[in-house]
Design a protein around this ligand. Structure first.
Ligand SMILES: Nc1ncnc2c1ncn2[C@@H]1O[C@H](COP(=O)(O)OP(=O)(O)OP(=O)(O)O)[C@@H](O)[C@H]1O
Length: 332
């Protein structure tokens, strides 16, 4: 993860590794991507998240050069990636969900095969160390676990030292330890200046790795920003188990908060959301009113909590189509 300032754009489209402007992509009459824009700088990890069928794969395949845009433009290091021109081949790589490795070759042979095809590859030992596969060098690829194979895929993609990398669900099938090790590897690659576009359904992965992220839904980017900005914009949440003697319509209206009753772990859960400017201050005032209400009723609020939103809250809002709430501004 890079923490430095984002480079500013230069005259040639600049320091941006990837620039997507008003991209549209259709399958026949169906518009799968409806005019999205984003940029990815060198040394930056951009996570593209979204609901199923949102258009992530379509977008990534277009940026990778497999599809010609139906509208708008895509530039990778200032070039049109369509057809994967030779000038980009050495500079861009991808780790896709299904690798094309030969199962009978050993890990070392597989790495060597890819090294033979690269202009200035990393040493074999460097690749094995990077992927934590040093002790698997003599093992056939077919004998690797799913998570080890994903790590090998990552090693094969980065051994040619690409400047931009697409990662599609890079930690699928990994146990928590392997996932953390892979996150560390990806973080190192970004710090070394690689531009990475990550697609993942693991929100924690995006939260940990992304400098910026976007959440797509039905062909559009609904939310974009740093992971922190995105959750801060969403606001705070007050919640508690709905007491058995309280019906949902009995719940108090709290100033500056919108209330709802949800199911959580099979139990009814009262949830209030406080959004917009000074969400913290308003959440505290709403909490004080809630306590007054409970005291007056003689009701104990079990598992009472006040917390900031998580990326999952934001994602679920997007999935439910409640994105107008994410634009900010106090709601009562
Ligand atoms: N070859 C195709 N022909 C027709 N429609 C397609 C084609 N590929 C994708 N679509 C449709 O375009 C929309 C976007 O699909 P896409 O695979 O880009 O979504 P996604 O965000 O990657 O989804 P997921 O998270 O489920 O993988 C979906 O409605 C899908 O059904």
């Amino acid at each position: 993860m890079s923490t430095g300032q984002r480079p500013t754009a230069g005259p040639d489209g600049g320091e941006n590794a990837i620039t997507v402007r008003d991209l549209r992509q259709s399958y026949g009459d169906f518009e799968a991507v409806k005019g999205i824009s984003f940029e990815v700088a060198r040394g930056e990890l951009f996570a593209l998240l979204g609901t199923n069928g949102a258009g992530k794969t379509t977008t990534i395949e277009t940026v990778e050069g497999f599809r010609r845009p139906s509208g708008g433009s895509v530039r990778v290091f200032g070039l049109d990636p369509y057809g994967q021109p030779a000038a980009l081949r050495e500079r861009v790589d991808a780790v896709l969900q299904h690798s094309g490795s030969f199962p009978e070759l050993t890990v070392a042979e597989t790495v060597d095969l890819s090294r033979d095809l690269a202009a200035d590859p990393m040493d074999r030992d460097e690749v094995l160390a990077l992927t934590n596969l040093t002790d698997k060098a003599g093992v056939q690829v077919r004998q690797l676990s799913g998570g080890q194979r994903r790590r090998l895929d990552l090693g094969l993609a980065v051994l040619s030292r690409p400047e931009a990398l697409f990662l599609d669900e890079p930690t699928t099938g990994m146990d928590p330890e392997a996932r953390r090790a892979t996150w560390a590897t990806i973080g190192d690659l970004v710090r070394q200046g690689m531009a990475i576009v990550l697609t993942t359904h693991y929100l924690e992965e995006a939260e940990r790795l992304a400098d910026r992220l976007a959440i797509m839904h039905r062909g559009e980017i609904k939310v974009e920003g740093t992971p922190r900005d995105v959750v801060v914009r969403w606001g705070d949440r007050i919640g508690f188990l709905l007491p058995p003697d309280v019906r949902s319509e009995d719940l108090p209206a709290l100033p500056g908060a919108t209330g709802a009753v949800e199911m959580r772990g099979g139990q009814a859960w009262a949830a209030y959301t406080v959004r917009g400017d000074d969400a913290d201050g308003r959440a505290h005032r709403a909490m004080a009113e809630l306590m007054d209400w409970a005291r007056a009723r003689g009701t104990t609020l079990r598992r009472l909590e006040l917390r900031g939103a998580s990326l999952e809250d934001v994602f679920l809002s997007v999935a439910e189509g409640a994105t107008e709430a994410l634009a900010g501004g106090p709601r009562t």
